[in-house]
Design a protein around this ligand. Structure first.
Ligand SMILES: NC(=O)c1ccc[n+]([C@@H]2O[C@H](COP(=O)([O-])OP(=O)(O)OC[C@H]3O[C@@H](n4cnc5c(N)ncnc54)[C@H](O)[C@@H]3O)[C@@H](O)[C@H]2O)c1
Length: 331
């Protein structure tokens, strides 16, 4: 039975792949996106699909959300991905980050409640803030630094409050699942100034411009290929019961690779990926070291026990393979 599914942020990096996968599963999908960072180019291949609709609007606009439900002819499931994402924004536009990320979540939770629809929240490991305890797992302290020093945590704290609101809705009876993707990467990743590191490094290669590493590059991340992230979202939204029985509502899943890699190591792996391509004969870019953003996490490494136990999920694409797939798509 096809579900009627709203994907907010559906023209973004993760949203586009999620829409593709949901359509492949035979569902009816409406993507809502303000195109703040997503693009029509991302979703143009989906436009002719008879079960796909797109609405260019703001996720905080209640009338627009109601119109989405009307267009779908009902609502079974909300995937809420719309948010302002991209580290530069967190510092430059903290007010908008807080406004969009929190109010977007509140409005979509209300929509799901009014329609008795299941709800999946795209949260973030940044909901744990400075996250001194690793690996990141439920129950760890969520800790944030003094906003007088920097506003980096406009994003992480908004995701923290999103989780609070989602857990509150779960206690009120809504079927809510929380997904925390860890550094997703893959072909459509944004590589501009407001983008993410894997795409920025590949862009430096493609444009022969200096590749910038923040600080000494010793900070680590857990890079997770887009197909793995998408399958985590699919499972979190579409599974009715956990493998062991019971309900998934109120559960928060870390969806991330457990392969921990420093930024310096990432740069080396990207150069190896490019050098393995015999048809690419441009020189590699120079590597420069520069001061990073205030508040950048030293580590972001997931405990994925819950996702493995309840969703049967774990990352299947190793970094070497994922980088090759990304390079082939980008060049
Ligand atoms: N990519 C990651 O590694 C990662 C990690 C942790 C969490 N997340 C979360 O997953 C979700 C998707 O991330 P992404 O990487 O695809 O980022 P993205 O920026 O590509 O996607 C977010 C989408 O939301 C849209 N949007 C922004 N403001 C909006 C508004 N007011 N109304 C409607 N749409 C709006 C943007 O245009 C964009 O298309 C976000 O909530 C993000 O915080 C992503």
């Amino acid at each position: 039975m096809p579900l009627k599914i709203l994907v907010t942020g559906g023209a973004g990096f993760l949203g586009t792949s999620l829409c593709e996968a949901l359509l492949d599963e035979g569902h009816e999908v409406l993507a809502l996106d303000s195109l703040f960072r997503g693009s029509l180019a991302n979703i143009e291949h989906l436009m002719p699909h008879p079960a796909f609709q797109f609405q260019n609007d703001d996720v905080r606009n209640v009338e627009a959300l109601d119109a989405c439900v009307e267009s779908l002819g009902g609502l079974d499931l909300v995937y809420h991905l719309a948010a302002i994402n991209g580290t530069k924004w967190f510092h430059e536009a903290a007010h908008s980050v807080i406004d969009v990320n929190i109010n977007g979540t509140l409005r979509t939770l209300e929509l799901a409640m009014a329609n008795d629809a299941r709800y999946v929240l795209a949260s973030s490991p940044e909901a744990f803030g400075d996250a001194e305890v690793q690996p990141i797992q439920n129950g760890n302290p969520m800790q944030f630094s003094d906003p007088q020093q920097h506003q980096r945590h406009s994003y992480g704290a908004s995701k923290y409050l999103d989780e609070v609101a989602a857990q509150h809705a779960a206690r009120e009876g809504l079927d809510v699942r929380i997904v925390r993707p860890f550094n997703a990467y893959g072909p459509r990743l944004n590589g501009g100034d407001y983008g993410q590191v894997v795409a920025m490094f590949f862009n430096a290669v493609l444009s022969s411009s200096p590749l910038q590493i923040h600080n000494q590059g010793s900070q680590t991340r857990s890079f997770t290929y887009i197909d793995d992230i998408t399958s985590g979202f699919l499972k979190a939204g579409l599974m009715d019961l956990s493998v062991s029985g019971g309900t998934l509502s109120g559960m928060a899943f870390n969806i991330g690779s457990t392969e921990e890699v420093s930024i310096l190591e990432l740069q080396k792996r990207i150069f190896e990926t490019v050098q393995a391509d015999a048809s690419w004969n441009q020189p590699l870019p120079t590597v420069e070291f520069s001061e990073g953003y205030h508040g950048d996490a030293v580590r972001r490494w997931p405990d994925t026990t819950l996702a493995e136990a309840h969703l049967g999920w774990r990352a299947r694409t190793d970094l070497a393979n994922g980088l090759s797939l990304t390079w082939v798509a980008l060049r």
